[in-house]
Design a protein around this ligand. Structure first.
Ligand SMILES: Cc1cc2nc3c(=O)[nH]c(=O)nc-3n(C[C@H](O)[C@H](O)[C@H](O)COP(=O)(O)OP(=O)(O)OC[C@H]3O[C@@H](n4cnc5c(N)ncnc54)[C@H](O)[C@@H]3O)c2cc1C
Ligand code: FES
Length: 274
């Protein structure tokens, strides 16, 4: 008998955490282990409705459960936002490639994320911190539209700074409110005065297309080479494993050849920022 590659693993919703008015983190326990590496994605099925791809945001070293941070965008994500503790969903995967951590060793590693784009970077951050001595420094630039849109608030504003002296956390919001004591400005402004050795650096960018575009352009302007910048790409997907052709980007399938791409491999593709 051939295994059905679309068959999801039955998964229990252990808890739900409200991150912002539009983003929730669901904490999930699959019936069988689902091991992923930072950057890979899974397909989540809502029985009777459909499925959608998401990148786990928890530590890849956590074996028993995983977390996924989900922004309400349409019908599947709206239903996920209605889930309650004890509900059941399906998960299949993981799919796609991971961040090439061995290429980052010994280097100044810069993470630049905005909005729900902080989700895959959170998994990457945990993976880097797990072996923190392998990296020269970790700078994490986090952006959100407003203070209430900032996800992982407690960690970003308080906890992650304290994990290791190599960590430099830079947080900004596009528009502050009366209680915000931090920086105001687009996430690209956090890239000023980086304390990195450019020749020995890598940068990883994830967020809405416009944020990825301007952050990447700024990195290049600062002196990063195209082969030092990694992007987590999103395209509409269906199968998740290279069969349906929905996720084409130039000659690549994002689900199979990505979602993590080194910028020099895709910089000449016209629709890269669509
Ligand atoms: C590899 C990958 C990882 C992702 N990781 C996350 C994540 O961690 N958290 C998160 O909140 N979202 C993530 N997304 C986006 C998420 O998959 C879409 O928001 C989701 O599929 C929308 O489904 P829906 O049924 O709610 O919306 P729909 O009703 O299908 O559509 C709503 C809107 O979203 C657009 N859309 C639909 N599917 C996708 C898609 N696959 N990618 C981008 N836009 C889409 C549609 O064009 C439409 O404008 C990821 C997407 C990819 C491809
Ligand atoms: S989602 Fe089917 S080929 Fe990529």
């Amino acid at each position: 008998m051939i295994d059905n590659p679309y068959k999801p693993i039955k998964t229990e919703v252990l808890d739900i955490c409200e991150e912002s008015p539009t983003i929730r983190t669901v904490i999930l326990k699959p019936e069988e282990p689902l091991r992923f590496k930072a950057g890979q994605f899974v397909e989540m099925t809502i029985p009777g409705l459909g499925e959608a791809p998401f990148t786990p945001s928890s530590s890849p070293h956590e074996k028993q459960k995983l977390e996924i941070s989900i922004m309400k965008a349409g019908k599947v994500t709206a239903k996920i936002h209605d889930l309650k503790k004890g509900d059941t969903v399906g998960l299949r995967g993981p799919y796609g490639n991971e961040y090439p951590l061995s290429d980052y060793e010994g280097k100044d590693v810069l993470l630049v994320g905005g909005g729900v784009g902080l989700a895959p970077l959170r998994a990457l951050f945990f993976a880097l911190v797990h072996d923190v001595k392998k990296y020269k420094s970790i700078t994490f630039c986090c952006g959100a539209k407003t203070p209430s849109d900032l996800i992982y608030k407690e960690s970003v504003l308080d906890k992650w700074h304290k994990l290791d002296k190599r960590i430099d956390l830079r947080v900004t919001v596009d528009k502050k409110d009366k209680d915000w004591k931090g920086k105001e400005g687009l996430v690209t402004t956090t890239l000023d005065n980086l304390k990195v050795d450019l020749k020995n650096s890598v940068a990883i960018v994830c967020g809405p297309p416009v944020m990825m575009k301007f952050s990447t352009f700024k990195l290049i302007e600062l002196g990063y080479k195209e082969n030092q910048v990694y992007l987590s790409m999103e395209k509409n997907m269906s199968c998740g494993f290279g069969k349906c052709g929905h996720c084409r980007l130039g000659n690549f399938y994002v689900c199979k050849d990505g979602p993590v791409f080194r910028y020099d491999k895709i910089s000449n593709i016209h629709e890269i920022w669509d």
